[in-house]
Design a protein. Structure first.
Length: 195
């Protein structure tokens, strides 16, 4: 019985030490600009595990490192952490600034998020021109939500129903129920002579 207990305790220690060694190895790789290691550590610290305590500051640190190495997912995670104040001070101005930087650097998801912020006036002053520019880039890249919102902008802001219909149809081709309903509405307006 004592041998069995000793074996279980030894196995637990080996697995615990092994986890520590794994984290140490990941940290070394991360410090040498290994983006995969940076992302893995960021996720481990964000979620926490049974062997590694949740630590948002460490998570933010590694997401920041990966973002500097142009990892698109890390860029957005870091921005969300700035918005929420997890692992860092809450800083809306810096988060918006970084979103603009990443959008200008062709991070498609950042473009889509920032376009929505400008469209609805969330954390920024409403700016339909900037929203339109960003939605257009993302929509041309096939982003469904951007296609729907671009249709909305043509419909509600620019009053160009033909272009609105074009973008709603593109969204419909990707399975958008919203695009389909909007397309039918415009087609009905055309039939009634309201366009």
């Amino acid at each position: 019985m004592k041998t069995f207990r000793f074996a279980v305790i030894a196995l637990c220690l080996v697995s615990f030490i092994g986890c520590g060694n794994e984290i140490s190895k990941l940290k070394k790789y991360a410090e040498n600009n290994d983006v995969n290691a940076q992302m893995k550590l960021a996720k481990i610290y964000y979620d926490g595990t049974d062997k590694v305590a949740q630590d948002y500051k460490e998570s933010f640190k590694y997401y920041s490192m990966a973002a500097e190495n142009d990892n698109k997912d890390a860029q957005l995670e870091m921005v969300w952490m700035l918005f929420s104040g997890k692992g860092t001070d809450r800083d809306f101005k810096k988060a918006v600034s970084l979103l603009n930087k990443y959008a200008d650097a062709k991070n498609k998801k950042a473009q889509e998020v920032l376009a929505s912020m400008y469209y609805f006036g969330i954390f920024v002053k409403k700016d339909y021109k900037r929203a339109f520019e960003l939605f257009l880039i993302a929509a041309e890249d096939g982003k469904l939500y951007a296609q729907e919102k671009l249709g909305d902008m043509y419909y509600y802001v620019k009053k160009n129903y033909k272009k609105a219909l074009e973008w709603y149809r593109k969204a419909t081709e990707q399975g958008s129920l919203y695009g389909k309903i909007a397309s039918i509405e415009i087609e009905q307006m055309d039939i009634k002579g309201e366009l």
